[in-house]
Design a protein around this ligand. Sequence first.
Ligand code: C2E
Ligand code: CA
Ligand code: CA
Length: 395
Amino acid sequence: MISPRKNSVLGLVELTDTDDLFELHGTASSRALHDVFHDRLKGWVRSRDQWRLLDNNRICVILKDIGSQGELELAAAKLGRIFKEPHYHRGRPMPLEVRAGFAEVNGRDKDLKLAMQQAGMALWQAKKKSHLFDVYSPQCGMNAGDEQKLVEQLEVALEQGALQLYYQPKIHAGYRSLIGAEALMRWHTTDQKVITPDQFIDVAERHEIIKPMTWWAIKSAVARLARWPDQLSIAVNISPALLLEDDILSVVQDALEIHGVTPARLNLEVTESIMVDNQDVMLSQLARLRDLGVKISLDDFGTGFSSLAYFRDLPVDEIKIDKNFVLRMMESEKDHAIVKAVIDLAHNFSLKVVAEGVENLDIANRLAELHCDILQGYVFDRPLPVEEFERQYRV
Ligand code: C2E
Ligand code: CA
Ligand code: CA
């Protein structure tokens, strides 16, 4: 709830259901749609507000001097009006649906991070209730009951095979050939909806369920590798906390042995944030996994707070530059400089570099010029259901 002081409010605004639209109108329309999203947002924010892109279909905004719940409701109503008209692509209407989550903030850095999480919860609520927006209040965040319900639904989903791995191609930057795929989890609900991981991984990570989910993902990816040509690899995302579990070594080893798959074809992606807590344990566990012969990627590189000092002894094979730098590298000199610096740094340590979030050929070509090794992004393909991936790439 907004207190009656002149405070700032942090908002997350998302253009929803874009996947369905792209399916309907073709991926070529995706640029146009994102441009429309950004253009219309410019008509919403006031000059004193600050905003930045988090993703093509998501922005973070700081609305200054919002003194009451009523003022926020007015701002939200204006957002609704601005997106009311559909966008016409080649004469066909494409409805634009936005959802927003808001949370109060009072300007200090540590509050910003908290406000971001709270706005994320409010956005989740807005999406769940199909409301234009929701405002964070301790009661409106996901309560323990809701969270427990989601965990129970996930347990059933896992048991009934409603969780699936989608595969997004990883492409050799020079030859533009397929070198493998990243496995990304999707949840097919009984009402035919496909839920993306941003709506369930965080909750799963706060409960034991993340373990069986991840073990299932590893086994399923390795079983898939056994059917694919030897030169292809698969990357599986591992939640940081699971690296503290000894089971992970036996799960990985058993899966590889049962299916007779060469360990180097399995890639485990861990986020850079693992370096923040329990650094020593994390590093030794990564080293043990690497001793099995599997490859380790450091995901979302550039978003964490790791120091360069540990880089020297880091037991990883590959760095994935976070998509937020890649997405903006052609427009922002600073992001371009970061991408270039990360590529050079990684190569000096004999690490491979993957760029994710490659959305157009200009970015792909520039990354190749900068000697980036591997590319991943919508310009090649979105994460695809496995049958579609295999058909498309003839594996
Ligand atoms: P991530 O590991 O950073 O995965 C990349 C995300 O970027 C994926 O989102 C992918 O669909 C999206 N992406 C790929 N190419 C582009 C592009 O060109 N532009 C843009 N804007 N986005 C692109 P997705 O599938 O929704 O997954 C979100 C996150 O959920 C993943 O981020 C990962 O952290 C987590 N996740 C997904 N599957 C699993 C899993 O099996 N286990 C765990 N622990 N986490 C998972
Ligand atoms: Ca990843
Ligand atoms: Ca990533």
